[in-house]
Design a protein around this ligand. Structure first.
Ligand SMILES: Nc1ncnc2c1ncn2[C@@H]1O[C@H](COP(=O)(O)OP(=O)(O)OP(=O)(O)O)[C@@H](O)[C@H]1O
Ligand SMILES: [Mg+2]
Length: 231
């Protein structure tokens, strides 16, 4: 193993331990936040409608953090993969709803082109949501102005039969040829506040369900990420 790989492996080991510790520490303050939000919800008649909406939004987000913690703990406990037959269109709608405030803030329009009445795919719903949110976030972050994102679902027949796809296309910065190989690497980011883990996590979650993630990009024009679900 070359020296650089050793350093990288060591970094990952340390990061694993740090994140386990971090998750542990997040759980306690999170339960305090939840208790307080529940208390506010119980007294909702004393709040004006706008504040009630804020409480609901906070509760929904804290539920997402809790689900992420559970997913992390599932992974570290190496438990059996939890899966179900789920509608990709429904999870996709949910991810878009969650990202609506960010889309509005960045003034990005979103178009959905869905294949209706498609058969459901076997996947973990929270993990699928995580993948879609990561890819939506990247698309939003790649756009500077006049943004447009198209989310599509479709099916195509291949060697193994009919395959189902989810695709996201943005008209953002695109990816430079010299960076194409790196984007799935842990820690690779060109953002000031990025961790460079979004796409690695997507790959890891999709691998678990034998699904794949690929992309096409033209620098200066935009990028398209495509998920092919296991048939
Ligand atoms: N839609 C996209 N358009 C242009 N570049 C992209 C797109 N998606 C990913 N990239 C490139 O791939 C890099 C890695 O993405 P990844 O999601 O793994 O990390 P990040 O977005 O930089 O950080 P984090 O996900 O932790 O916020 C990005 O920094 C960016 O350079
Ligand atoms: Mg990202």
């Amino acid at each position: 193993m070359v020296n650089e790989e050793k350093i990288q492996e060591n970094k990952l080991r340390i990061l694993g331990r740090l994140s386990a510790g971090l998750i542990h520490e997040i759980r306690n303050p999170l339960s305090v936040i939840n208790l307080n939000l529940d208390y506010l919800k119980m007294n909702r008649e004393e709040l004006n409608p706008e504040l009630n909406d804020c409480v609901d939004a906070c509760l929904e987000s804290s539920e997402r953090i809790q689900n992420l913690i559970e997913t992390f703990l599932d992974f570290s406990r190496k438990t059996n993969t939890i899966e179900d037959f789920i509608s990709v269109n429904e999870v996709s709608d949910r991810a878009i709803d969650i990202m609506l405030p960010a889309l509005r803030k960045a003034n990005i329009s979103i178009e959905k082109i869905y294949l209706e009445n498609h058969s459901k795919v076997k996947f973990h719903p929270i993990k699928m949501l995580q993948v879609f949110i990561n890819l939506l976030s990247n698309a939003i972050e790649a756009i500077e102005s006049n943004g447009k994102i198209i989310v599509k679902t479709f099916s195509k027949s291949g060697k193994e039969g009919e395959n189902f796809y989810w695709e996201i296309e943005d008209n953002g910065s695109g990816i430079e040829d010299c960076n194409r190989e790196k984007i799935f690497d842990d820690f690779y980011t060109n953002k000031e506040k990025g961790t460079g883990f979004g796409l690695s996590v997507c790959k890891m979650l999709l691998d678990e369900y034998k699904s794949t993630l690929s992309f096409e990009s033209e620098f200066g024009k935009g990028t398209k990420f495509t998920i092919k679900f296991r048939s």
